[in-house]
Design a protein around this ligand. Structure first.
Ligand SMILES: Cc1cc2nc3c(=O)[nH]c(=O)nc-3n(C[C@H](O)[C@H](O)[C@H](O)COP(=O)(O)OP(=O)(O)OC[C@H]3O[C@@H](n4cnc5c(N)ncnc54)[C@H](O)[C@@H]3O)c2cc1C
Length: 289
């Protein structure tokens, strides 16, 4: 099927893009990034925007920089370029590891990190990683710029805090610190599919005692789940197998698992417990970066 008719804008600056969104904010207007999610939705007529603002020509939206204790990623940076970037390899090992599970090469060559985060698929890997790492998202409109924690960005499946006249302009991810260990664990039906369940974990430890942790789960609710119950069970404690089992059980108890025609709620719950156990074990045994 082909998309319903729409008018396409191709701005070359952020100002032009924001002006277009401001001028049309009462109409059905969407920004277009890599098109890997939006275009199929338009072809299926699930989305029928009247106006599309293609961000591809806005040079300021491409690239990755080091910014003191953060890595700042511009939204149109393609998955493949994030995955291959040396700053990401050095300072964001969790992002690098999780990318092994994101889609297929052809999709990673077109799809962008900003589009992926804004699309807000609850089974998507990168939103879960950003919640675990406590990343910040910079949102800009013609009127204002605001910074939101990833942990406050996701409202429901495909629903975020982005207002109709706003664009995600920067993804600010804290660099790995001394003592940090990371792990990403996922099970999907086939390699490159969205997660049935996935766990992203950062554990900072010193002499075997957990000093801080960031843990998140994808695929088990309408948004990425910040696993606070698990964090509470391990922070300040020696990270032993018993402690990890307690943390996994405590976290599982907070989630209402649901099933599908092919995946039962019980399976997803048991799988998530196993993935939590594996991720926490590995992140706490990596011994820091
Ligand atoms: C077969 C297939 C398999 C896939 N498997 C996976 C997978 O395993 N894991 C995974 O995470 N993803 C997967 N994807 C999705 C892929 O990662 C997409 O690239 C991504 O979800 C959307 O990124 P995009 O750049 O293509 O965005 P687009 O499709 O262009 O846009 C997606 C949405 O984000 C909005 N948007 C885009 N950029 C911005 C911005 N800067 N500010 C505000 N809003 C913005 C758009 O308006 C739109 O609503 C898969 C896709 C396909 C087709």
């Amino acid at each position: 099927m082909k998309p319903a008719p729409f008018e396409l804008f191709r701005p070359e600056t952020i100002d032009e893009a924001l002006q277009l969104l401001a001028d049309h904010q009462d109409a059905d207007i969407k920004v277009l990034a890599g098109g890997q999610s939006l275009i199929p939705m338009m072809n299926f007529r699930v989305a029928q925007p009247e106006f599309l603002v293609d961000l591809g020509k806005v040079a300021d939206f491409w690239g990755i920089e080091e910014d003191s204790d953060l890595i700042s990623i511009r939204p149109m940076t393609r998955h493949a370029d994030v995955k291959a970037n040396p700053l990401v390899a050095r300072y964001l090992p969790l992002v690098r590891e999780a990318y092994d599970h994101v889609a297929h090469a052809t999709i990673r060559n077109r799809g962008t990190l900003g589009g992926n985060l804004a699309h807000a698929d609850p089974a998507s890997e990168m939103p879960c990683v950003m919640v675990a790492l406590d990343a910040r998202f910079v949102l800009q409109s013609k009127k204002a710029t605001r910074v939101l924690p990833a942990r406050e960005f996701y409202f429901g499946p495909f629903v975020t805090a982005i207002e109709p006249d706003e664009v995600l302009v920067r993804i600010q991810v804290p660099k790995a610190r001394s003592g940090d260990g990371f792990a990403f664990e996922e099970v999907s039906l086939r390699k490159g599919d969205f997660a049935i369940s996935a766990v992203a974990a950062r554990i900072n430890s010193d002499g075997g005692v957990c000093r801080s942790a960031g843990i998140a789960i994808a695929g088990v609710a309408g948004t990425p789940v910040h696993a606070e119950a698990a964090e509470t069970m391990i922070v300040g404690e020696p990270v032993s197998p018993d402690r990890i089992a307690l943390a996994a059980d405590a976290m599982i108890a907070t989630i209402e698992f649901s099933g599908t025609a092919t995946i039962s709620a019980e399976y997803r719950r048991d799988l998530t417990r196993t993935l939590l156990t594996r991720a926490l074990t590995r992140a706490s045994s990596v011994g820091g970066v």
